[in-house]
Design a protein around this ligand. Structure first.
Ligand SMILES: Cc1cc2nc3c(=O)[nH]c(=O)nc-3n(C[C@H](O)[C@H](O)[C@H](O)COP(=O)(O)OP(=O)(O)OC[C@H]3O[C@@H](n4cnc5c(N)ncnc54)[C@H](O)[C@@H]3O)c2cc1C
Length: 404
């Protein structure tokens, strides 16, 4: 296959793919980005996206280094200073940004805000070719000149193709890369709610026998909730009248936030754990959800994806400086080595958390109460957990470091 040439083709212009395109273009690579759906550019100021992300300090640094942060700030971001995690009748842990000398623990941002701010930035860079709507129907992999066939029948050749096309990645499938994992038999119900006692700049999370329920602070007295539970209970929560939903949610919060009131629509997302057996093939790299899908209980999915893309940018920059082919396995192994272990460790700890906290077996209940009690009383452990969640521990890629 031959056709129009570009350094790097990215399939998927979601949060991870769009950030990668900006980062590579700012380093003078030529990029073609293919996205099958045009993102929404505007919406009424009083409407809220039911999909939001808890953005770590490392991800904020990435957005800031890509000049996309101001586009998010001008739309809507919500910093939070505290996180309170509890189990009914059990211990609780309170994390405070002041304990690590930071003004906040992170930000809650609507996914549509993140994506459109990155798209604006992409459109300002003239070495990005943006093809939308477009998708890929064929793939021909090689170390030197991997190529794709687009759905309009045209061909594109590059030095590297990146799959950033999400958990159901068709590129991963075309490349024949298998995945491991399982369904959690849980569904996350998400929506925006108003709280009588305001958001108190706090993320709240209660562990319940059917799964965790999180309240992520938005404007003033609003929260975005993620209620992970059995598919049956999720269906009930989706179907029940708004008043009944309000009562169920207020009860589930043990009234810590006062009365809670549903604002707008509800959405449901089946949860699963998925990990690609390989992140790379000659001429191809997987990033973000195309490589790994994790339980949303610690809000780490897109944060991990952004670290993938930042690492890949470092690896490709070094390869170019040394005149090494971008799509060679020797080059791409550096990326896989840096990210796969980290992602598996995070995925594994979230899975362990989910299992430990979903069990009502008395020894496990005792163990988790002891664990939470100890964490609460041991500031160094708490601080380590906060810094780990912030994504700023260990060897962070260049883009994830704070701009000087
Ligand atoms: C309920 C819930 C709550 C979550 N909360 C958080 C949180 O608080 N913090 C956090 O870090 N993570 C969270 N996550 C995870 C986070 O949403 C994902 O990790 C993130 O969306 C992955 O981004 P991505 O760009 O890799 O993939 P996606 O967001 O799936 O984007 C993929 C893009 O590729 C496009 N595409 C797909 N197929 C093709 C194709 N064939 N050709 C061209 N384009 C294609 C799609 O249209 C889309 O734009 C949550 C997930 C869930 C389900």
């Amino acid at each position: 296959m031959t056709g129009a040439y570009t350094d790097i083709i990215i399939a998927g212009g979601g949060m991870v793919g769009a950030a990668l395109a900006c980062a590579l273009a700012e380093r003078d690579f030529t990029v073609t980005l293919l996205e099958r759906r045009e993102p929404r550019e505007t919406w009424p100021a009083d409407s809220y996206d039911i999909r939001v992300s808890a953005i770590s300090h490392a991800s904020r640094n990435i957005f800031a280094n890509l000049q996309a942060w101001p586009g998010m700030v001008k739309r809507r971001i919500t910093p939070y200073e505290h996180m309170l995690v509890w189990e009914s009748g059990g211990a609780q842990v309170h994390f405070d940004a002041a304990d690590i000398g930071e003004p906040n623990l992170g930000h809650i941002i609507e996914n549509r805000v993140i994506q459109i701010a990155l798209w604006e930035q992409m459109q300002s860079l003239n070495n990005i070719e943006l093809l939308c709507p477009a998708s890929i129907s064929g793939l021909n992999l090689s170390e030197e000149s991997p190529a794709v066939v687009l759905n309009d029948g045209s061909h594109r050749t590059a030095s590297l193709i990146v799959a950033a096309d999400g958990g159901r990645s068709s590129l991963r499938e075309l490349a024949g890369i298998p995945t491991g994992g399982w369904d959690y038999d849980q569904t996350a119900v998400v929506c925006t709610v108003q709280a009588e006692r305001g958001n108190q700049s706090t993320c709240w999370q209660r562990f319940m026998p059917n799964g965790p329920l999180a309240w992520l602070p938005m404007d003033d007295d609003l929260f975005s909730i993620v209620w992970s539970t059995t598919p049956e209970q999720a269906q009930e929560l989706m179907d029940m009248p708004a008043d009944d939903f309000d009562s169920a949610l207020t009860n589930a919060s043990e009234e810590r936030l006062g009365a809670l009131r549903l604002m707008g629509e509800r959405g449901a997302f089946p949860l699963r754990l998925q990990h690609a057996k390989k992140y790379i093939k000659p001429g191809l790299a997987l990033v973000g959800d195309a490589a790994h899908v994790i339980h949303p209980l610690a809000g780490q999915g897109v944060n991990l994806g952004l670290l993938d893309m930042a690492e890949l940018v470092d690896v490709l920059g070094r390869a170019r400086d040394r005149n090494q082919p971008l799509g060679a396995l020797q080059t791409l192994r550096r990326y896989e080595r840096a990210r796969k272990g980290e992602n598996i460790a995070m995925q594994g700890s979230m899975d362990l958390f989910k299992r430990t906290f979903s069990s009502s077996l008395p020894p496990l209940k005792l163990l988790r109460n002891l664990g939470m009690g100890l964490t609460e009383r041991l500031p160094p452990v708490k601080n380590l957990l906060i810094r780990n969640a912030a994504g700023t521990l260990g060897n962070t890629p260049t883009l994830a470091k704070k701009a000087p």
